[in-house]
Design a protein around this ligand. Structure first.
Ligand code: ATP
Ligand code: MG
Length: 455
């Protein structure tokens, strides 16, 4: 009885001793070695043969445990960046403050990071407690404690096929729980971006959030304002390109994080038409990602902010501006107010403007105008955007259908479409001729296009 009690106490103490990992063999963790990239094995093996410790770490181990093929592999080691660099033919040290090594094999890039040391109290912080620099090297268990979530703090050694778990990550993977390591408030204060990571992982993995991990988020959400805009942008892009953008957005709302994040998004999500538009845009983006198709960030952000542009466009027109200059003024306003918070890169901003500015041109369905629009470099994105506007009920579906026909038609059919003066009334002679021609052609047709704009 006493022995049992002592064993229990010792067991607990061991479980709480975060410097000693729980080690699991292949039978216990069940990772399929076939999901591992041969280059990741090459890197860990080379480092180990040179006498260093080396593991696959972070998201890749999490995905392996979930039976998913990781999209990239990060490696953690006790070798310094210089030592790593010497071992590989194509290796580049990058970053000035905290150096990491990029090891390249053909197109494949692996990020090799030296274990980071325990976070020190002396690390420089901003006035809100965000850590500005803390880049000391350390040992493996210190590296583990600095990672964000228990499920992201595991190490896998391909040679022995063992998983090293310092923070109960395996148990959390099995329970499908996202749990931050350490005291949640302190971890969000050090790096507010972790709040966005909570949302992204919970939505993408379909994990629940440990109550202590989610509780402080609404009260601390405003700290994201102090994070450099470029980092917020990177994280937002990861969230939107995760293949679970819609789920992420819903989770952002649930956690109270959409207020102030994209300054205009909270307004948009409060309007029924706006939310319908954004929902459609994001679910199509998700579908494209799952089909392995490209997605353009410009199109995504243009969609997220369109209803704000619409509102301002109307206001400028009401104030007496002509429609086209009014649209440009509205675009200026929206892009300007976003740039402060989101550091939208110039190329993305100009793509957004192109997509928006094209929209009134779709209304001109006479003469040479539609042909000129077809030649626009970003026609496809503008057209996909137009279809979203139709599908969301913002504009008449007829206009999208007309453009689909025009886009897919051959020259004679295009002329018929243009000369069809009765189309608004629901079909004249030309419409009938056109549909006859289309019917006879449709046997060879491959169907309509998808509707998202990534060229
Ligand atoms: P993904 O599959 O989206 O790449 P990931 O977990 O690999 O997910 P990364 O952003 O690639 O995410 O980060 C790699 C690892 O670095 C994480 O698994 C985590 O251990 C650690 N990490 C990343 N960002 C943070 C952060 N802000 N705070 C603490 N640890 C972090
Ligand atoms: Mg990763």
């Amino acid at each position: 009885m006493i022995k049992k009690f002592i064993r229990k106490i010792l067991g607990k103490a061991k479980a709480l001793d975060r410097s000693q990992p729980v080690v699991l063999g292949p039978k216990e963790h069940g990772i399929d070695p076939g999901l591992l990239s041969s280059n990741a094995v090459r890197v860990t093996q080379t480092l180990q043969e040179a006498g260093f410790k080396a593991f696959v770490v972070g998201g890749a181990v999490r995905d392996l445990l979930l039976g998913v093929k990781p999209k990239d592999f990060d490696i953690a080691t006790n070798a310094t960046p210089e030592q790593v660099k010497r071992l590989f033919r194509r290796a580049f040290i990058i970053g000035r403050r905290f150096q990491i090594v990029h090891v390249m094999f053909g197109q494949d890039l692996l990020e090799v990071t030296t274990f980071r040391g325990a976070s020190s109290n002396e690390a420089p912080k901003d006035e809100h407690g965000r850590v500005l620099r803390d880049n000391t090297f350390g040992v493996q268990h210190e590296d583990a404690i600095r990672r964000d979530f228990t499920i992201n703090a595991m190490y896998y050694d391909p040679a022995s096929q063992s998983v090293f778990d310092y923070h109960g990550g395996i148990a959390d993977i099995r329970k499908k729980i996202l749990r931050i390591i350490g005291v949640p408030e302190a971890r969000y204060r050090e790096d507010p971006i972790r709040m966005l990571r909570v949302v992204r992982f919970a939505a993408r993995l379909k994990f629940s959030i440990d109550p202590a991990t989610s509780a402080p988020i609404p009260a601390m959400a405003a700290l994201i304002d102090n994070v450099p805009a470029a980092r917020v942008f990177d994280e937002m892009l990861k969230l939107l390109m995760s293949g679970h953008a819609l789920a992420c957005l819903q989770q952002l709302r649930k956690e109270g994080l959409h207020h102030g994040l994209l300054p205009l998004l909270d307004v948009v999500l409060e309007q029924p038409l706006g939310i319908k538009f954004v929902t459609l845009a994001l679910s199509e983006t998700d579908a494209r990602i799952h089909q392995g198709k490209s997605v353009s960030p410009g199109f995504l952000f243009a969609s997220l902010l369109w209803h704000q542009v619409l509102e301002k466009w109307t206001a400028y027109k009401m104030a007496g501006e002509l429609p086209i200059p009014a649209l440009h003024l509205a675009a200026d306003d929206v892009l300007e107010s976003q740039t402060e918070k989101l550091a939208l890169q110039r190329k993305i901003g100009s793509d957004m403007r192109d997509i928006w500015a094209m929209q009134p041109r779709f209304e001109r369905r006479v003469g040479k105008a539609p042909y000129r629009l077809l030649e626009h470099l970003r026609f496809r994105a503008g057209y996909d955007f137009l279809l979203l506007r139709c599908a969301s009920g913002e504009i008449d579906a007829d206009i999208g259908e007309w453009w689909t026909e025009f886009y897919e038609a051959d020259s004679p059919d295009r002329e018929l479409l243009l000369s069809d003066k009765n189309r608004m009334e629901g079909g004249g002679l030309a419409t009938k001729k056109r549909s006859q021609r289309r019917r006879s052609k449709s046997k060879n047709n491959s169907g309509t296009s998808s509707s998202e704009g990534g060229e």
